[in-house]
Ligand binder design. Structure first.
Ligand code: HEC
Ligand code: HEC
Length: 223
């Protein structure tokens, strides 16, 4: 049950509650046609991380980000024209988020075996579902230690995120995009931990330490 507060008229506020329907994946798939122009047909992201991967992100995380963009609490100018003026009602937010969470990308393509029949079309379709993050330059071992100490408790054992708790994956996401987000957190243009908005975690790291964490995360994607 979600609550929505309709605009207040003087002191008279109307507080209505309404129930959203369970997510409809078919509707979500249709809505995704709009998103695909930037984020890719399979939500694999694009332009080297200018558009982040959305496939497999937690639905509740996606929902929250769409609301934050819409309410201008997280910067995202390119998306505003799709979110302004009630263009994406709550039910559609829920539908598209559930659809995006359900998309599974491949990290590896199956090997081509000599002598076995090879379906070129099937392989081409597979490459569209494929996302492997390029190795980022840094000390993977040092990055792994720091990650385990400082990030793992929330972002998961190997950066896979937490679907239930709405924590985004870090492994399998474009490094360029992640770096941009860290900058936004440090500049306080985006809030990292909603439960502790004044948290300074990322500020305390040197550039080198952060790069080591990104190197580790980019390698965690290869398994
Ligand atoms: C015009 C291009 C464009 C379109 C269309 C677009 N997006 Fe985005 N989206 C972006 C950009 C750019 C970012 C990254 C913003 C940043 O770098 O902070 C983004 C970020 C996001 C994020 C945040 C991902 C994360 O890991 O936090 C979500 C969720 C998202 N978009 C969902 C959608 C959905 C759902 C649609 C379709 C209804 C959509 N977007 C349509 C450009 C677009
Ligand atoms: C206390 C839990 C917690 C810890 C510890 C934590 N994070 Fe996060 N992180 C979150 C949450 C929650 C979000 C999503 C924020 C939101 O909903 O807008 C997030 C988002 C991010 C994002 C943005 C991802 C995206 O898709 O836009 C990056 C990058 C990130 N964290 C990096 C890190 C790094 C690096 C560390 C360790 C140095 C770390 N975080 C430690 C909870 C945490």
């Amino acid at each position: 049950m979600k609550k929505i507060l309709l605009p207040c008229l003087l002191l008279l506020c109307i507080n209505t509650s309404y129930a959203l329907n369970p997510p409809d994946l078919d509707v979500g798939e249709e809505i995704n046609e709009t998103c695909a122009g930037c984020h890719g047909e399979y939500a694999e992201g694009g332009k080297g991380g200018e558009y982040p991967r959305l496939a497999g992100l937690s639905a509740s995380y996606i929902e929250n980000q769409l609301r934050l963009f819409r309410d201008r609490k997280r910067p995202n100018i390119p998306m505003l024209e799709y979110l302004d003026k009630g263009q994406l009602p709550e039910q559609e937010i829920v539908d598209v988020a559930a659809y995006l969470q359900s998309i599974q990308l491949l990290k590896k393509l199956p090997p081509i075996i000599e002598g076995e029949e090879f379906d070129a079309y099937e392989r081409m379709m597979m490459t569209k579902h494929f996302l492997n993050i390029a190795l980022f330059d840094g000390d993977i071992e040092k990055g792994k230690k720091l990650y385990n100490r400082e990030c793992r408790s929330c972002h998961g054992k190997e950066g896979e995120g937490d679907i239930e708790k709405g924590v985004p994956m870090l492994a399998g996401q474009y490094t360029r995009y992640l770096k941009k987000q860290v900058k936004l957190f440090i500049e306080k243009k985006r809030i990292h931990d909603i439960d502790a908005p004044d948290e300074q975690l990322l500020i305390d790291f040197t550039e080198e330490e952060l790069n080591n964490i990104f190197a580790y995360l980019s390698s965690a994607d290869d398994k």
